[in-house]
Design a protein. Structure first.
Length: 80
């Protein structure tokens, strides 16, 4: 699984590199809150504790779907 360290107050960009025919519909979801972005890229400015955790990118077209997970955390912090 992909993990990204980010400093509190910093910025982070999540990018989901997708391909498929027809072009898949892509979304990112913050798993803990179910907040969703309909984009291949999510930019989080001024990262705070509420922004930490698991993000899931999902790509869907009529022939199937695929997911990728990314974890954002502050260095030295432990989350279960």
């Amino acid at each position: 699984k992909n993990k990204t360290n980010v400093q509190k107050g910093g910025n982070v960009t999540l990018y989901c590199n997708i391909s498929g025919t027809p072009t898949p519909r892509v979304s990112w979801t913050l798993v803990s809150t179910s907040e969703k972005w309909l984009s291949t890229t999510v930019v989080i400015i001024d990262v705070q504790v509420k922004d930490l955790g698991e993000y899931k990118c999902e790509a869907i077209n009529p022939y199937g779907n695929d997911t990728k997970n990314m974890f954002i955390f502050f260095p030295g912090k432990c989350f279960v």
